[in-house]
Design a protein around this ligand. Structure first.
Ligand code: PGA
Length: 256
């Protein structure tokens, strides 16, 4: 039995709560009978309303970040148990915009992964190399370090709840998509690293998504690649019509 397919929308800092429910109203009838796992990573302010609305649908709602602390005097932060109560079932962690613009380190992301698992929120760990790192042939070294540090000390039984998203930083929001062989190589390497951490059998169960300039016209060729279990979509997820086309392309793919 092959791994399931995921289409994850990352709205970034777009859409008010009202715009978010309008979006779900438009998207949900289009994807009603899908077997693809459709996840929406929405701004904090929309989690509650969207998850209430999405209850009757096959959508899962999540956050794009969370605090690494349990609770406390951390002005402006949001804790994972708060997300859970608001209706989030997953959280994006370590997105390159968090790493680059907000200084998140692998160690901080590691603490967030542990915290999310403790509070029963499914972490989607984002990793990927910059253009410079790829040009210096350091892609494998960089993604290995990101995975190993973020996922150390995670018990094997929790590992199957993880999702990994390989997002080359140079492909995010640029329209530049890596070649199929680059994607396959990076995903195979991610799975090898997961195998070293958790054993091959568990590594085989962890979905590895691709992210970076995904659109309806390239999703089928990407998700058909070996070791690619779906997509994480930024810009092309903001319009429910376009995102539903991406989900429909995922539906057409027969799992090997
Ligand atoms: P993009 O963003 O699809 O707009 O390239 C992907 C992401 O940031 O997760």
């Amino acid at each position: 039995m092959g791994r399931e397919i995921y289409a994850v929308a990352n709205w970034k800092m777009y859409k008010t709560a009202r715009e978010a429910t309008d979006y779900v109203e438009k998207l949900s009838p289009k994807i009603q009978y899908c077997k693809t796992n459709v996840y929406l990573a929405v701004p904090f302010t929309s989690i509650f309303s969207v998850s209430a609305f999405a209850k009757e649908t096959c959508l899962s709602v999540g956050a794009q970040n969370m605090s690494d602390a349990k609770e406390g005097a951390f002005t402006g932060e949001v804790a994972s148990f708060m997300l859970k109560e608001a209706g989030a079932s997953f959280v994006l962690l370590g997105h390159s915009e968090r790493r680059v613009l907000f200084g998140e380190t692998n160690e901080c992301i590691h603490r967030k992964v542990l915290r999310a698992l403790q509070d029963d929120i499914r972490p989607i760990l984002c990793i990927g190399e910059t253009k410079k790192e790829r040009d210096e042939s350091r892609t494998e070294e960089v993604i290995e370090e990101e995975i190993v540090v973020a996922l150390s000390e995670i018990p094997k039984e929790d590992a199957a709840r993880l999702i990994l998203a390989y997002e080359p930083v140079w492909a995010i929001g640029t329209g530049a998509v890596p070649t199929s062989s680059m994607i396959e190589k990076a995903h195979a390497y991610c799975r090898t690293v997961l195998g070293k951490l958790f054993g091959q059998k568990t590594a085989e169960k962890i979905p590895i998504l691709y992210g970076g300039s995904v659109k309806p016209s390239n999703v089928e060729s990407i998700v058909s690649l070996k070791d690619v279990d779906g997509v994480l979509v930024g810009g092309a997820s903001l319009d429910p019509e376009i995102f539903s086309q991406i989900v429909m392309e995922c539906e057409r793919i027969e799992r090997k």
